[in-house]
Design a protein around this ligand. Structure first.
Ligand code: ZN
Length: 570
């Protein structure tokens, strides 16, 4: 369940997720279009992404330089995928050196097109369509859904699968009247993919890490053959200091059908310290499960294997990953066949999360959190809680029995499932950290209980800011109001800030964890609904605080400092 963590959605724009796009109160800016461009841009706080490469052997550094170039090829493909007019428009905007022209060019680069993502996709360049074509540049602009369906249904099964598959565009056949035809990505983007393929092969020749070499060779072949299966499997097995994800992945931009994949790249360095911490947390999961505050018969005596999680520091991204709100974690692949046979993998971008923490969470905490707990808010506590959140999705009840009937929590909770499950992961994540601290299994300076609670409190406001229509925000509102009602969080009437009572917090965290897990174990939809209806709301004290956030940035605008240095041969 990513996506702030929303794993339910394939890619989690962790923390600062898709919910933004769904229209929440925070991005309401007066006026529209070309006005306020500066203000629109300032919603993305600039930050330099620097990664220390000194521990990386020379051969890996040389491979990295090739991968950075390959990521940039993804930029060019993606530009074409958005809209047919995009490459020519980009070339024109880049040439306009007037201050106004440069501003537009900059904002175009953030959005990777002339439509502003945070403003419901409204255009900020004159002379372009009022909205991005819903089928992007995957289908002919004049094609209707009905026309496509008729076409696809007329095809033999193998051909129909291509037409509705990830890696084929739909075009009008040349000289074939108005007939639709299916074009493999390897033909559609032939020149770019040849170039990317060549760079991946060169990187594969340089690296001394076998799993990286294998992934790069297989992905280079996939770019030419259009068959991504082997390279998706090799990606799952990737275990290397340089971590790379490159190719066509997410299908969000295909708003017609959700079939077609956009090209993107993530290139990063494995974070050894966080990987060790993750291993430590993982080691104690069964013990935490055995001590969950629920009736012992609801506990799982033997946890299954968990999907692997990798923690990396981002060096550069390319293609769709460069656009708008920056991805802080993702879960891939999307190919159901690969998932069924080999599973999936989660990648967490530690330094991106840290940038968001510094630029957004810290300013939020200055407004919402009382001064004494605020001094304890820190990134280590923030990130460790996110790791705990992700791991806790794997604990607690999943397959359950209701009146002798075998079923699952997901089935019984229906439309409440996501918000309830996100609330569970958050609060039981706190419970897990408490448990580890109590049993002296987690000894880190900045991870005291008061620091974890203070940081969690600031995080509540960050999540709720995106609105309670989205699972994470809704789950957070539930927790916040429960903790308020228990006296674990209290508001200072003199200035409206909030603080936590550590002792009550501990008890209330355990209590809420127990309540949610028991409702899940019993598949009790009515109780879940009662809890959400009563508590997953924005009460006036919360609303007044949200109103004070005003112009605080919504996301970050990374400058890839280390990548630029590597590319320049420094
Ligand atoms: Zn989650």
């Amino acid at each position: 369940m990513l996506k702030r963590d929303g794993i339910a959605v394939k890619r989690l724009l962790v923390v600062f997720g898709l919910s933004l796009v769904a229209g929440s109160s925070l991005m309401l800016l007066p006026a529209s279009g070309e006005d306020n461009l500066k203000r629109k841009m300032d919603r993305f706080a600039p930050i330099e992404l620097k990664v220390d490469l000194t521990s990386l052997p020379k051969a890996e550094q040389s491979a990295l330089a090739k991968l950075i170039q390959a990521a940039q090829v993804m930029d060019r493909i993606y530009l074409r995928q958005v809209w047919p007019g995009n490459p020519a428009l980009a070339a024109r905007l880049e040439k306009d050196k007037s201050p106004r022209g440069q501003e537009i060019w900059q904002y175009f680069q953030i959005n990777r097109g002339p439509w502003s993502e945070l403003d419901g996709g409204e255009p900020f360049v004159s002379g372009v369509p009022a909205t991005r074509p819903p089928g992007a540049n995957y289908y002919p602009e004049d094609m209707s859904k009905e026309e496509f369906d008729t076409f696809a249904n007329s095809l033999p099964e193998a051909e129909r699968q291509k037409a509705t598959g990830f890696f084929y565009t739909i075009r009008r056949a040349p000289g074939g009247g108005n007939r639709l035809t299916t074009v493999p990505y390897s033909d559609e983007y032939r020149q770019e993919l040849r170039e990317a393929s060549e760079l991946l092969k060169q990187a594969a020749g340089l690296t001394q890490t076998p799993s990286l070499k294998s992934y790069l060779e297989k992905r280079a072949a996939a770019f030419q053959s259009n068959d991504y299966y082997e390279s998706d499997v090799a990606w799952l097995e990737l275990d290397s200091p340089i971590d790379v994800t490159i190719g066509p992945y997410e299908t969000y931009m295909d708003e017609l059908f959700g079939y077609k994949a956009a090209f993107e790249a993530f290139v990063g360095l494995r974070d050894e310290a966080e990987s060790r911490k993750l291993a430590l947390l993982t080691q104690h999961l069964q013990e935490i499960e055995n001590n969950l505050p629920i009736d012992p018969r609801y506990r799982n005596p033997k946890l299954g294997a968990l999907a692997p999680i990798r923690v990396i520091d981002e060096i550069i991204v390319g293609g769709e990953a460069r656009k708008g709100v920056q991805t802080a974690a993702f879960n891939l692949p999307n190919d159901e066949r690969v998932i069924r046979e080999k599973g999936s993998k989660r990648v967490m971008l530690r330094n991106v999360q840290e940038a968001k923490f510094q630029k957004i969470l810290v300013p939020i905490s200055k407004i919402a959190v009382a001064s004494e707990p605020r001094s304890l808010v820190n990134f280590e506590a923030f990130f460790t809680h996110i790791l705990a959140h992700e791991l806790m999705h794997g604990l607690g009840p999943h397959d359950i029995e209701v009146n002798g009937r075998k079923t699952s929590v997901r089935e019984e909770m229906k439309e409440l499932y996501s918000a309830f499950e996100e609330a569970k992961a958050d609060i039981s994540g706190l419970f897990a950290l408490q448990y580890l601290i109590d049993h002296r299994l987690l000894n880190l300076d900045r991870l005291s209980e008061p620091a974890i609670y203070a940081t969690y409190l600031a995080g509540v406001f960050r999540s709720v800011r995106f609105g309670i229509n989205e699972a994470h925000g809704r789950g957070m509102a539930l927790q916040f109001n429960f903790l308020m009602d228990e006296g674990a969080i209290a508001q200072d009437p003199s200035n409206g800030t909030f603080r936590v009572d550590v002792k009550k917090m501990k008890a209330a965290t355990t209590k809420l964890t127990g309540q949610i897990l028991t409702i899940q174990a019993q598949g009790d939809y009515a109780k879940a609904k009662e809890l959400l209806d009563r508590l997953a709301v924005i009460r006036p004290a919360m609303q007044q605080t949200l109103d004070k956030f005003g112009d605080l940035p919504v996301d970050i605008r990374p400058v890839f400092t280390t990548a630029n240095q590597v590319a320049a041969g420094k």
